[in-house]
Design a protein around this ligand. Sequence first.
Ligand code: IVH
Length: 660
Amino acid sequence: MNKEIQRMDELYKILARHAHLYYDLDAPEISDFEYDALVRELKELELKHPELVNENSPTKRVGGAAASSFAKVQHKTPMLSLDNVFNLSELENFYSRLNLEKLEFTCEMKIDGAAVSLIYEDGKFIRGATRGDGKIGEDITENLRAIKSLPKAIKAKGLVEVRGEVLMKWDSFNNLNKSRELKGESLFANPRNAASGTLRQLDAKIVEQRGLDIFLYYLVDAESHGVKTQSEVLNWLIENNLPVQPVWQKCVGLEQVNNFILEWQDKRFELDYVTDGAVIKLDDLTLWNKIGATSHAPRWAVAYKYPPEVASAKLLSIDVSVGRTGVLTPVANLEPVRLAGTQVSRAGLHNFDEIKRKDIRVGDIVKVRKAAEIIPEIIEVDKSLRNGSEKIFEEPVTCPACGERVVKVHGEVALRCVNRASCPAQLKESIVYFASRSGLNIMGLGDKLAEQLVNSQRVKILSDLYDLSLDEWASFDKMGVKSASKILAELEKSKTQPAANLIAALGIRYVGKTAAEILCNNFNNFEDLKNASAEKLAEIEGIGEVTAESVRAFFDDKANLELLNKLEAHGLNFKLNNNLQAENNKLAGKIFVFTGELSSLKRDDAANLVKALGGKVTNSVSSKTNYLVAGDKGGSKLSKAESLGVKIIDEQEFLNLIKA
Ligand code: IVH
């Protein structure tokens, strides 16, 4: 009993963390399958202890909260989620709850993407929004407009709201991750994260480049369009040229539904997009209103979630990689095996405790599972197939990159290399991170080049990057003078990046871009930030105790102070936003929106200038917007600004405004 209560409390914390990673950061650490399993465990405990149910329980949650940079949109009809079933007997329970004689369903594949709502007025696409928390979403009209397969005009007249899923097909996803890898940027774990991460971009150009797609499956107020069943809805959407996911079928009777589900369990891997289940919807729309919905999901539909695919493979060896913060991670090399439509030869092992716990030995035949993530994981060993030649894997006592001691930090499962200052693996990863988009965005400085910088010992500390000459850069493999001069220009540009980017680039644990911005906004100058006590840091809204300790520890380390001095001597920007605002906050309280292409400035740089002068930049025009800065080829934002009486200025007027 007591244990159950403790576990509930623990699950609330664990799930809150994973929901934040998934919904807000698009960077999940566990698969959907594992997340769902934890939610189910919590649901069962909540049923036993209803008096202890937390009102913000993830079992009631529909999606993420609306992100701040986009205007909020209230959904006229709430955007609901779906209840899940995980096997045919749970599906039987769904059928019995319906308590109906005539069982006709439309079965569709469940698309693993980001839910959106689109509004057409007299045939014209006028607005699109994310689901958000189901009631309030984000206005992402411009980003949706950048999706080629989304029709900007349809036949149907009057007000039409359709809903569906934005997704990234495998081709676009693989291309995107390939190019991110080349640039040394972090990879998206799966196409769904890539799709929702892309939809959050403030620049619709990026959306266009990345190639998103959309499938629609829901027509709000369908009866008013003369449509009576879900299968008719899908045909109505098709007639209006709205893209519909092609795998669907009207099923009469339960046998047909079960056959559809089983038929597509494996065949779905032949599709060029990710599906994680089938959605079973009562076909007759008049029943939808009668049967109704809970606050979270309709009772007339259910999602049948397929189990993640599992295959057996031989474990050939275990590599140990060293990350930016010195954490050692084991990775399994497998004899290649086909799994969930792709060839797999590596699998994640999370940490060394897991190898022990699961008694995984080199030479074992292991079961690998692939859920939504690209990297599969080892679930268990088939011990019955052992022949005695399997070798126990010895946990490393030294770092494979520098030979220094490794330690297990109290309270953590991870092993860490203690050599923060000069472990080449950590240094390489730190360089890649420093130069990534999360940091100073130094284009062209990716994995391969960072490795050469470290191996040649030309870079021993991050600030050494700024000491290399053109000839030295040109001497590296695959470089040459042209690339070398580009890198030098990029390094110069990095000196003008806002201090928040620089702080984020340092790779202080738990301090990404958001925390770095909060820190910048709460101190008048860098010196004060550097000297702030952990208590003072923890008092700042948005900085928790753990982050505060980590920031303090970073500034307490002499090697870091030496690095900061050197970076400052090279002219990197240590002026906190407050500084600039204190000197000149003439845009304080002013809200800017940008549209179209600017000729002399990049959008990000323009936005940074506005922020540095105390202003705010949002993505869509509303009555609160003060200025719409219109570059070349501005689109619908112009007409919206005109209709709302928002002041429209061109690039030159913008430059005058910030200079004045
Ligand atoms: S119908 C009122 N059909 O899965 C219920 N949803 O996990 C509307 N999804 O919230 C949902 N494919 O975002 C429906 N063919 C499909 C779907 C689908 C993917 C998404 C949708 C839903 C989520 C639930």
